[in-house]
Design a protein around this ligand. Structure first.
Ligand code: TYC
Length: 102
């Protein structure tokens, strides 16, 4: 069963591996045109982030170029990216949102 070194000899132990689902980081990218207030609104609306935290994250993206806005299962991350991209496009802003495996 993987917990011995044969009928005789030195005993070994194999650790049972707990299966965890892979997680995905959702990233927001900086650009020169999307208004700061729009980005703050997106963070509040689609990620449930409070106003003060949303301003902080927006400024991090503005200064550093990118920031992680949340970590989710594949399906939730994909939904967030689609929602943000659709909402930005509907409002004619070039805001980019993407995801990557953690
Ligand atoms: N750089 C934008 C500006 O100066 C603001 C901005 C912040 C845009 C974060 C996108 O993900 C972003 N208006």
């Amino acid at each position: 069963d993987g917990n011995g070194a044969g009928e005789t000899g030195v005993a070994t132990k194999t650790k049972p591996k707990t299966q965890r689902p892979p997680l995905y980081k959702v990233l927001l990218l900086n650009d020169d045109y999307t208004p700061m207030e729009f980005v703050v609104h997106v963070l509040e609306r689609f990620f449930g982030i409070n106003h003060a935290q949303a301003v902080e994250i927006m400024l991090t993206v503005h200064k550093k170029g990118v920031a992680v806005v949340g970590v989710f299962s594949f399906e939730i991350a994909e939904t967030k990216v689609t929602q943000v991209m659709d909402y930005a496009r509907r409002n004619q802003h070039p805001l980019q949102c993407t995801m990557e495996k953690e």
